[in-house]
Design a protein around this ligand. Sequence first.
Ligand code: IMP
Length: 420
Amino acid sequence: MATTVLVGAQWGDEGKGKIIDVLTEQADVVVRYQGGNNAGHTVEVGSEKYVLHLIPSGILYPGKLNVIGNGVVVDPLALLEEIDHLQSRKIAVDGNLLVSDRAHLVLPYHRLLDGIREQSNKIGTTKRGIGPAYSDKVGRTGIRMIDLLSPEKFSVKLRRKVRETNEIARTFGQKPLSFAKINADYLAAGKKLRKYITDTITLLNRHERDGRQILLEGAQGTLLDIDFGTYPFVTSSNTTAGGACAGSGIPPHRIGRVVGVMKAYTTRVGEGPFPTELLDEQGATLRKVGSEFGATTGRPRRCGWFDAIATRYSVMLNGIDELAVTKMDVLDAVPKIKVCVAYKLDGKLIDTVPADVDDLQRCLPVYQEFDGWQTSTKHVRDFDDLPKRARLYLNKLAQLSGTKLGIVSVGARREETMFL
Ligand code: IMP
């Protein structure tokens, strides 16, 4: 396996956790490169279900190295909670997890600011402080993992940030934060995390040169990318394959393969345009059958038909070599399935995602309709054993998206996967 990047090709929640899990078998190192604990990667192993927010899904395989890269924003308390939770379920973490010393921290004032900003500028964020943490990073006032290891430096930086945030908090009638409490809590967390914090950039490059198999795990999805997504209704990082290099320190020319994960339909959480959204009974059925509720916030996901304009854009941006189509089984009982093959904007047909969200909001989907296969695919383990109409549908999704089909998933379990 060449160094592989796995990205979400839609608006997140594509089932990346499961696909990373099945690809991890061939990997030595799994790396998260962006986002924070806004992500929720669900993995089912046997009868056990795990939801990972910060730690790469490779942690569920014994002996694999898992790295939280420099591009991730890490809430130290959330990370410790996740480590404790995994350890309480007998998953070995020590020796299998490392965190970049350059990763930025998410601190309580980021969550406070996320909440304040949501009141006047609603994005429908996860309120995990992700946007404000990345704002500090870019504004050069962030605090990093390495700072947690130098208590004095950490306290000086923290005091400044808490003072600054409290002025904003007062303006918005919010309770000010206590520097002393945050300082004590996070320095204590730093002590516990010390053993995981290291220079992951040098280490990853050494592993890569030594021929180890590296899997770079993207979070959220392409249409939530800060540059390429449906701005401003996006997350605050580069979720696309380009972000994998910036967020891990692995040079671009060392990436050998890009896998794009997409559902056989589309979902979105939070605000923002969604041309193929179904606000009718069909949308409610997809939500129910697909258990479309957020793994991090529990929010019901908006559901709609597959949008080939959005996925073709994703294939182009990420250089997706192969598709992993998930949740095929959710469509098993649907008699007629639609796929968006163009947008109609103010009477004109277009086949690209417009830059202006107001334009995208006005785009009407032009659909191609497919007959459903109306039989269960849950038990199918070989692509050739899928019903003919299901194969036709999948091949059409790949063709319309402009790449080839690599993996098809018909359930959350490892064995419910077909490799082409
Ligand atoms: P934030 O990342 O919490 O700032 O949220 C920004 C937008 O990205 C909101 O619409 C969220 O619902 C969405 N978002 C963030 N993380 C995820 C995810 O893991 N899956 C799906 N949507 C997400």
